[in-house]
Design a protein around this ligand. Sequence first.
Ligand SMILES: *Cc1c(COP(=O)(O)O)cnc(C)c1O
Length: 401
Amino acid sequence: MKIPFSPPYINKVVLQEVNSTLESGWITTGPKVKQLEELVCKYTFSPNTLCVNSATSGLMLALKWYGIGEGDEVIIPAYTYAATALAVIHVGATPVMVDVENDFNISIEKIEKAITNKTKAIIPVDIAGWPCDYDAIKTLVCNKIELFNPSNENQNKLGRILILADSAHSIGATYKNQFLGSIADITVFSFHAVKNITTAEGGAVCINLPKPFINQEEYYYLRCFSLNGQTKDAFTKSKAGGWRYDIIYLGLKINMPDILAAIGVAQIPEYFDETLDIRKEIYKVYHDYFATKTWAITPPYKNEYRESSCHLYALRIKNITESIRDLIIEKITKQGVAVNVHFQPLPMLTIFKEMGFKIENYPIAYDNYKCEISLPIYPQLTKDQLNYIIRTVENAVESTI
Ligand SMILES: *Cc1c(COP(=O)(O)O)cnc(C)c1O
């Protein structure tokens, strides 16, 4: 049996939406993107949503919106995908990496220790779809207001450290019975090909700022900024008499095209009504099985105030080294099951090593990583495939440890 790790979920509805967009005569940013933005708002209760070409650029856009740049610090977890840090570096700011907890997410205690008078934002990451403790982070930034040094209008208006959620994994996850997208100040979802909802490449920036911000106004600003700072988008300019425009910000060119938005438009309703539940069922099958194994550490999925979007099934194996883990992966792979590791802690990657980050300073991130194997989890998985994966993993682990 050959089982891929994370194939995109492409059904008839997707093909129809994409086809009708191709036939409509309009393929770049226009009505489909608008429709996708409205669907994200409808299903996550985010007040306003801007779609862009990736989560990475969405994070950069949010950091630029808050005027973050040289001399500023942004706190991020050491355990995440590189994009979280790269977005910070690309706007000229300094990433301050902190260690995580056993549940893979950023440590609140470590955030507190890392806050200085240069801290302008925190980027919590909901690893595998498991929400961070947003209330604890909010309490923390509110308690540190006296340290905050605002240097522009938006920073004065918010008056504290920005909470910018990297929710690349967690659309559909809930925190205290509310969907992510309506929790942090700004939440960024990824619609990359391997994520729960995809547009092949893409991202959504959910704007949920407190008063006196008017989220709709910030949406218009961000949309303009995402289109070269141009006052009219191509769709508006294409209408008769609409040719004149101006460039008013030093913007980015990170808009999402309609042809890609069409895929997301087809996927979102089905995801919230059906495929998210299928992911949860698969998660539960894994959970019920691996919870019976003394060698397994099962990942967090649900407690009284959080529920995961089940983006990854991050299995850990007790008391093994990195090389034993790699050996187990080799055995699983030989049986045709594609698995993965999420994530190599950032201090283990060349670019961050060269910046001076050392894995020794992030012991929990390393402990999580060294024994972690991510198993396939997606709605197309059949019962037979699921059983095959479980048997394969069991055999590989029990013949190795
Ligand atoms: C996938 C991912 C991103 C980047 O998403 P893109 O849409 O590919 O830019 C950012 N952060 C995390 C944690 C991710 O897994």
